[in-house]
Design a protein around this ligand. Structure first.
Ligand code: ADP
Length: 653
């Protein structure tokens, strides 16, 4: 069966396709460290299952040797002199062995569960932590086309499926193997002719189960896909509840949820219909086996006891105890075999999950650290963008994809502040992400004090750069923990100092528990401006050589902005700073203003110089100062011309 048919709409398909023999790899890479648990589980499993067969076997012995006295009272491995000779004591002795078998079986069942569970738990823990570790090192473009929910599902569902297979699946598989082999061996050894009759259901059950799996598999795929759609819809709706309420579309959304829920219902019912026929079907097959063994064995028994000969074409005799053992044991392999389908199912799911997990682990990092990379040493803090070209989906070799920034060159003297200005989507944030090496440039280079950012170690690069963006994410934890995030050894006084500089101290003190107030998910809600000020405090505390402010004050009111601006002035005075701001008033004192339009630098200079130039900047300034109502036509047309030029170039590719 093709395991890849299990998950049709899998965003990790590309990753999965790379992986070969994922289960073998799982055992080789993760099983090896846990071999001890595996061996305990395996050996205990075999002993536990074999011991389970002792009571019915001894019942046969009791009937034939003690009650009917047709055979000698004897046990393999037990010296005859140890055995009692009077019948009541023989019964007690047999009962004692049965009791011992039960006790010993209990111990082995415990050891079996201990071994398998330890094996599964250790592996799931190792796999999950390794996957997470790898995941957070992946490039940003890996995250771009996947949703958080999909990543979560690898870390939770996929790892859990491995765990389930390693525990329940392997457990059942060994039970099935041991039961079928051991029972078949015992029956064949006791009476091979009757055994052939009693084993008739085995191939029938195998065939029936295979049919069942083939039928139910595509139905399960439907169920999974409709669960996915249902979850996405619910997640999306709950996330957008404000929009739903304000647009007054509750009933529209209720209908949409009802539709996807109905699809789930239908898909589920399709699977249920097949599933609920399976077990009654198995009962019928095992019933046929029972009746066949009962009738033929019973007839044989009767014939043998009355005439001393075997009926039909059978040869030899059959004793009552043997007959009873046959009836009891044939019932024992039906249910392990019924689980055959589940085992296959668990295996296939685990297989697909292992493919996703290893595929993710094998994802190459496009941003690879040079093995000879040295830590970045910032001396002056001079930064140069030299003919930088980059596109998120651009491939320099084949020259396909869109170039988001093109031939961008400018340098910043150490300690200077450079402002990036331009329309939304011009590529300003992209330039700063390139500086942080979230992505690598496709052409040109970015250097810090003459070191190419690609030649230094990534942690040292990011350690030297403080980054405050327009979206501030707070982790669940206290305000203080959020400020010290990344500078974990800072003391409380330093935190307060940083918060004061970021104009955050005041509002933090007014929170219910001050610096110990829990924020972030499930914590108290902070306004966008408050979050931004915490992020600024975080950057101040980090005291980086280079500061990147990507719309860092976009969410605060003008008054607070002015306050923060004052502290930012102190912060940026002696360090190289990059600032993106829509409100031009906040960056007019920058040492250098770089105007970006459609990924290219169109103007550069100080505020005064650019005003004198009367270009895009001067006109943007005039719009914001209220001197003119909108950008003059020539700039709008120029932007449009550039865009169509870019489109035409893209069309040539
Ligand atoms: P700005 O900061 O000037 O507003 P950005 O640098 O954010 O502009 O975006 C420049 C262009 O790159 C936009 O067209 C945007 O859609 C695109 N872009 C931004 N981030 C990504 C991404 N992760 N993947 C693909 N395209 C992106």
């Amino acid at each position: 069966m093709d395991a890849s048919a299990l998950d049709d709409d899998d965003v990790f398909e590309e990753q999965r396709e790379r992986v070969e023999r994922p289960m073998a790899r799982l055992f080789a890479e993760y099983g090896r460290d846990n071999t001890g648990y595996f061996v305990v589980g395996l050996i205990a499993s075999v002993f536990a299952r074999v011991l389970d067969l002792v009571p019915p076997l001894l019942l046969g012995v009791a009937i034939d040797a003690v009650i009917r006295q047709e055979t000698a009272f004897a046990f393999a491995l037990v010296p005859q002199s140890w055995l009692p000779s009077d019948r009541p004591m023989q019964m007690v002795f047999t009962g004692g062995i049965i009791a011992g078998a039960f006790l010993l079986a209990a111990v082995f069942h415990w050891a079996r569960n201990w071994g398998w569970n330890n094996f599964a738990q250790h592996i799931q823990h190792d796999v999950r932590t390794d996957t997470y570790d790898k995941m957070q090192r992946l490039n940003m473009d890996f995250y771009a086309d996947k949703q958080t929910g999909e990543m979560m599902s690898v870390l939770s569902n996929d790892v859990n499926r491995l765990e389930r297979f390693l525990n329940d699946g392997m457990n059942s598989a060994f039970r099935l193997g041991v039961m079928v082999v051991a029972i078949a061996a015992i029956l064949l050894w006791m009476n091979w002719q009757l055994a052939l009759i009693a084993l008739v259901p085995v191939p029938l059950i195998a065939f029936f189960t295979k049919r069942f799996i083939d039928t139910i598999q595509p139905k399960y795929a439907d169920v999974r896909s409709s669960v996915g759609q249902l979850n996405s819809r619910l997640e999306n709706n709950l996330g957008g509840i404000t929009v739903i309420k304000s647009a007054n579309t509750e009933s529209y959304e209720s209908d949409r949820v009802e539709d996807v829920s109905q699809d789930y219902f239908d898909a589920n019912w399709g699977a249920i219909e097949t599933r609920i026929k399976f077990f009654p079907g198995l009962r019928i097959i095992s019933g046929i086996g029972f009746v066949l063994t009962f009738m033929i064995g019973g007839f044989w028994l009767l014939t043998y006891q009355t005439t001393g000969a075997a009926p039909f074409f059978f040869t030899g005799g059959l004793r009552t105890g043997e007959f009873v053992v046959f009836i009891l044991l044939t019932q024992r392999f039906i249910w392990p075999m019924a689980q055959f389908g589940q085992i296959i199912n668990m295996y296939q799911r685990a297989y697909a999950s292992a493919e996703r997990i290893f595929g993710l682990m094998d994802t190459p990092s496009r941003i690879a650290e040079d093995p000879d990379a040295e830590p970045l040493a910032v001396t002056d803090g001079e930064v140069a963008f030299d003919d930088v070209t980059f596109g998120y989906d651009y491939d320099a070799e084949t020259d396909t994809g869109e170039r988001i920034v093109e031939d961008v060159s400018f340098d910043v003297e150490g300690g200077d502040t450079v402002a990036l200005v331009g329309p939304t989507g011009a590529g300003k944030s992209t330039l700063l992400k390139l500086l942080l090496r979230m992505y690598d440039v496709d052409g040109g280079a970015i250097t810090i004090d003459d070191s190419d950012v690609r030649d230094v170690t990534i942690p040292s690069l990011r350690q030297q750069i403080g980054y405050v963006s327009q979206e501030t994410f707070l982790f669940y934890g206290t305000v203080e923990e959020n400020i010290t995030y990344g500078t974990f050894d800072a003391d409380h006084d330093a935190v307060v100092e940083a918060a004061k500089m970021a104009e955050a101290h005041q509002f933090i003190q007014n929170l219910p528990e001050g610096y110990d107030t829990k924020v972030g998910e499930r914590g108290v809600k902070l306004s966008g401006g408050q979050r931004q000020r915490i992020a600024i405090a975080r950057a101040i505390l980090k005291d980086p050589s280079i500061l990147v402010l990507d719309e860092a004050t976009s969410d605060v009111d003008t008054e607070t902005e002015m306050l923060i601006q004052k502290s930012l002035d102190k912060l940026t005075a002696d360090r190289t700073t990059f600032a993106i701001a829509h409100r031009l008033s906040t960056i007019k004192d920058a040492d250098q203003i770089v105007v970006v339009e459609d990924g290219r630098v169109v103007e550069r200079g100080t505020h005064e110089e650019l005003l004198a130039e009367d270009g895009l900047y001067a006109n943007l300034w005039a719009v914001q100062a209220g001197e003119i109502d909108e950008l003059p036509r020539e700039f709008i047309e120029r932007a449009a011309r550039r865009r169509s030029q870019v489109d035409a170039e893209a069309g040539d590719d």
